[in-house]
Write a protein that binds this ligand. Structure first.
Ligand SMILES: *Cc1c(COP(=O)(O)O)cnc(C)c1O
Length: 426
């Protein structure tokens, strides 16, 4: 009997079902390589004629169990782990866009992703247009070119905390025959499952809430299996025409709904090797087992802190999509009615200097370039993650010099609020 399991059950048990007498917990396959009886057996793997493991740069069972759990959480058909969230976003796009191609991205995205797109991938010949997530549908449609291959955005943007309107982005992308790729790191599938709103591919920095304990960097790509590559085959030759590096197989013909992830694994992992380590995958899974429990608390603490800051005399403004009156409250209610995330941004009255002084006085919140951890932490993006951006780009990314990003952990909300109060009062 197949059961339509709830998200809580998938967090705990998804991805790995031991057979009689097998380990209850996911085993760590600490092995680079796998043994075969004949060269013919192995040859079939190299030709993608048979599925199986041969070298952990491409695939490893521990990593695959964890990818399968995330896939199930998102409601996708196939998934792969990567060595970082950066690798996940790079592969997700590079799998379908080459030199000479164009991608549309929301302008409010993670600073690392913005650098990847606007500097490094640009050097590789892929052109990006950055557009405000608040753009009109007309403006969005006008950004498409004949060589546009994907539309990218973040469910809840890090650190701007904008909420993307899936309906608007999906409608525009699909009317131009390209998929929507969404980085769902901040919401996690506990609070939002973008495939339910027509998104085609989801990425994650598992580094954040999925791990949740600040133990390792990792990423994941999940495919909904819903995008019809063959209906737009002239746009996606990599998926729809023969791959010379595998004796001319055509991924869509041979792997159907698994085409996109199979290509990313067999071709991009083979060539770039940004693989997750089995030990890291094991640790991500420990985080996933309690993701549903932790997200609830992160959201409760985030909302309590946001409400407190909103009424504080030394606070200019507060951004938290779960806070009534927030610019993105309605979109958050539409797409994430059960909660958003534990990250709250706010402006310290007095600008950059006041923000820096406030940070120095904090005792419970630690200064880190990290978010989504059990331990509360905070960052002043203008002097850290986003320091490469010009003033203009800072504004476009929704990050003023007074902005402080708080990541509310799993501590007592009372202690978090007391810490913020003393640091704000100085
Ligand atoms: C952190 C983060 C990334 C990058 O992930 P790494 O694991 O640090 O490479 C990508 N997207 C978002 C939204 C993030 O928060």
């Amino acid at each position: 009997m197949t059961m339509n399991k709830k998200i809580e059950t998938i967090c705990v048990q998804g991805g790995y079902t031991p057979k009689n007498g097998e380990p209850r917990q996911i085993p760590i396959y600490q092995s680079t390589t796998f043994k075969y009886d004949t060269s013919e057996d192995m040859g079939k793997l190299f030709d993608l004629e048979a599925s199986g493991y041969f070298y952990s740069r491409l695939q490893n069972p521990t990593c695959d169990y964890v990818a399968a759990k995330i896939c199930e959480l998102e409601g996708g058909v196939a998934a792969m782990l990567t060595s970082s969230g950066q690798a996940a976003n790079f592969f997700a796009i590079f799998n379908i866009a080459n030199a000479g191609d164009h991608v549309i991205s929301s302008s409010t995205i993670y600073g690392g992703t913005f650098n990847l797109f606007s500097v490094t991938m640009k050097k590789m010949g892929i052109d990006f247009t950055f557009i405000s997530p608040d753009c009109t549908e007309q403006e969005l449609n006008a950004a498409f070119r004949p060589n546009t291959k994907a539309v990218f955005g973040e469910t809840i943007a890090n650190p701007a905390l904008t909420v993307i309107d899936f309906d608007k982005f999906v409608r525009a992308a699909h009317s131009h025959g390209v998929p929507v790729i969404i980085d769902n790191t901040f919401a996690t599938p506990v609070n939002c499952r973008p495939f339910e709103f027509g998104v085609d591919i989801v990425t994650h920095a598992t580094t954040k809430y999925m791990d949740g304990h600040g133990t390792q960097v990792g990423g994941c790509i999940v495919d909904s299996g819903n995008f019809d590559w063959m209906a737009h085959k002239e746009k996606f030759p990599g998926l729809c025409t023969p791959d010379d590096s595998y004796h001319g197989i055509v991924y869509t013909e041979k792997f159907g709904k698994g085409a996109y992830i199979t290509k990313a694994t067999a071709q991009l992992m083979r060539d770039f090797g940004s693989t997750a380590a089995p030990q890291s995958a094991f640790l991500v899974n420990l985080g996933l087992e309690s993701l549903h429990v932790r997200m609830k608390r992160h959201c409760e603490n985030g909302l309590a802190v946001a409400k407190f800051l909103k009424n504080h005399p030394n606070v200019d403004w507060v951004t938290y999509p779960g806070l009534e009156g927030d610019k993105y409250y309605d979109l958050a209610q539409k797409y994430m009615p059960n909660g958003t995330c534990g990250v709250v941004s706010f402006g310290v009255k007095g600008g950059r200097k006041a923000a820096e002084a406030f940070m120095k006085r904090l005792k419970v919140y630690a200064i880190e370039t990290h978010v989504a951890d059990a331990r509360s932490c905070c960052l002043h993006p203008a002097s850290a993650t986003h320091r490469q951006l010009s003033e203009q780009e800072l504004v476009a990314a929704g990050i003023g010099p007074e902005l402080v990003r708080l990541s509310c952990g799993l501590e007592s909300a009372d202690d978090l609020i007391a810490d913020l109060d003393q640091a704000l009062r100085g």
